[in-house]
Design a protein around this ligand. Structure first.
Ligand SMILES: NC(=O)c1ccc[n+]([C@@H]2O[C@H](COP(=O)([O-])OP(=O)(O)OC[C@H]3O[C@@H](n4cnc5c(N)ncnc54)[C@H](O)[C@@H]3O)[C@@H](O)[C@H]2O)c1
Length: 351
């Protein structure tokens, strides 16, 4: 039986990955200390998701371990010698990073180093998959010329019709402390590939979402928006006339991308991974799509100032990943994603 280690296993991507691997016969060690609750309060609590996983899986073992615990991480990797490591545990918010810079860097950068080094010592041939972020590009994407359409911004230059690729620079740009700690981790992951020849990948995520997201105002855009619409929570729109664009990928499609890499790993790979143009949506468009689905009107408050470094229009160019892994395809459309989020929000809140 093959064994995997998944960090952040009670979170959105981690939990989807645990279920995905379990269904395919893997034994999975999950690492999560519910730090999302500590970061975001009650809305961020992932206990419900851990309970759901424990019931739904057969060979999943949960470890209430902090990835900052270097010895603990080393012991777990030594004892389990996983054939696949999927590292999704993180502090995921810009705003929170500014309030808690040490926690942000210790979790995102140092925690990743702890896992990389433990993997090098105990499982150096196992694919190491890191969930990085498009925020490693900082606000450089905002330098692109844009056109303002009725409900969204878009790229003015046809060269960006498919979005932003991996050649976008990552330095001399404003990242936020979160983007900087993730960029540090992203570079470490590449370096363990280049320097030690390990099969590592940094997937630079766009908006990754799905019904199992514990959406909080500071993280989990569509999931939180669905909750706000359903629950009548006033929603603040920060700048850009509400026309900021994100591309959205279902967490299941993240798992199939990870599985494709794990089947046929490369060394020091870097891929942008999001929903691409077909799954892109602006904030204004998302509000009206969810209002329709949930049959409610959202109370919005518009704040002139945008979030520091926030992308105006970000669409992931998926060409590099599609070229290396042509069997991968997007299975959940934007409409499908919105339907699922609306349904799950309604159900969870009803219970
Ligand atoms: N969701 C997105 O839109 C998105 C976009 C781009 C990149 N990413 C990246 O993907 C990864 C997964 O994101 P997600 O949306 O599933 O986040 P999430 O917050 O839902 O899951 C992360 C999990 O990690 C756990 N965790 C945090 N600190 C920990 C620690 N010190 N030790 C152990 N566990 C800890 C949390 O409790 C949480 O359950 C993150 O690295 C994130 O930066 C996510």
């Amino acid at each position: 039986m093959r064994t995997a280690l998944v960090t952040g296993s009670s979170g959105l991507i981690g939990s989807e990955m645990v279920a995905f691997l379990d269904e395919r016969g893997w034994r999975v060690h999950g690492v999560d200390n519910n730090m999302r609750r500590d970061f975001f309060g009650e809305h961020g609590d992932t206990t419900w998701n851990l309970r759901r996983l424990e019931q739904a899986t057969r060979r999943f073992e949960h470890h209430d371990l902090d990835i900052r615990d270097r010895d603990g991480v080393g012991r777990l990797v030594a004892e389990s010698t996983p054939e696949l490591i999927v590292h999704t545990a993180a502090q995921p918010s810009h705003d929170l990073a500014a309030q808690r810079p040490f926690d942000d860097f210790d979790v995102n950068a140092v925690g990743t180093l702890n896992l990389l080094e433990a993997t090098r010592r105990h499982a150096p041939d196992s694919p190491f998959v890191f969930l990085s972020t498009n925020k490693v590009y900082g606000d450089a994407p905002n330098e692109l010329a844009l056109v303002e359409l009725e409900t969204r911004w878009d790229y003015a230059d046809a060269a960006y019709a498919n979005g932003i690729d991996e050649t976008m620079r990552i330095d001399a740009t404003m990242h936020s402390l979160f983007g900087a700690s993730k960029a540090a981790a992203d570079l470490l992951v590449q370096e363990y590939g280049r320097y030690f020849g390990m099969p590592t990948v940094s997937f630079r995520g766009g908006c990754l979402t799905g019904p199992n997201h514990s959406g909080a105002e500071l993280h989990g855009f569509l999931a939180y928006l669905a909750r706000a619409v359903k629950d009548g929570i006033p929603y603040r729109v920060y700048g850009y006339k509400g026309k900021q664009v994100r591309d959205n990928l279902h967490s299941y499609d993240v798992c199939t991308a990870i599985a494709a890499f794990a089947e046929s790993p490369r060394v020091a790979a870097v891929y942008n991974l999001g929903g691409g143009r077909e799954n892109s949506i602006s904030l204004l468009e998302a509000v009206s799509a969810l209002e329709q689905r949930l049959n409610r009107t959202l109370e919005t408050e518009y704040v002139d100032d945008n979030r520091v470094g926030d992308h105006i229009c970000y669409i992931s160019d998926l060409a590099r990943f599609r070229s290396d892994y042509p069997e991968w395809e997007l299975t959940v459309s934007l409409d499908g994603l919105l339907d699922q989020l609306a349904e799950a929000t309604a159900e969870r809140l009803a219970s």
